[in-house]
Unconditional design. Structure first.
Length: 130
């Protein structure tokens, strides 16, 4: 999977964090799952507790990106020396109900089905008007 450095990494990363981000990028090059595939897991997680969950099923990911980000809740999740570095998946998906925009840490998405992580996600929904 292709992961990019955070856009403003020069302003927010220390030299050590930059090296950690490069290690995470190298680790993720071996990931056979696509960014869109990980985004689909996150969209399902974001909508599973909604009372109108069935209306959001079958979301089609329109756009998805993966960038490095620090995450204080993980340590060496991508291998020794990667510290608090993580990947954030941002996506926009469409259903017949409307649109949903999500952002979630990849280390959380890995735990789909085992751990509820929607409280750590950023979610915005846009409903279609009838």
């Amino acid at each position: 999977m292709k992961v990019a450095l955070e856009k403003e990494y020069r302003k927010v990363y220390t030299l050590e964090e930059l090296e950690q981000a490069k290690m995470v990028i190298a680790f993720e090059k071996e990931d056979e799952e696509t960014i869109e595939g990980w985004a689909e897991y996150a969209v399902r997680e974001a909508t599973k507790d909604r009372k109108d969950y069935a209306d959001w099923l079958g979301a089609t990911v329109i756009k998805a990106t993966a960038t490095t980000a620090t995450n204080i809740r993980v340590y060496d999740a991508y291998g020794e020396g990667t510290g608090h570095m993580d990947v954030i998946i941002e996506a926009t998906a469409e259903t017949h109900k409307g649109f949903i925009k999500i952002a979630a840490y990849l280390s959380d998405i890995w735990q789909t089905g085992a751990v509820a992580y929607s409280e750590y996600m950023w979610v915005r929904t846009f409903k279609a008007e009838a």
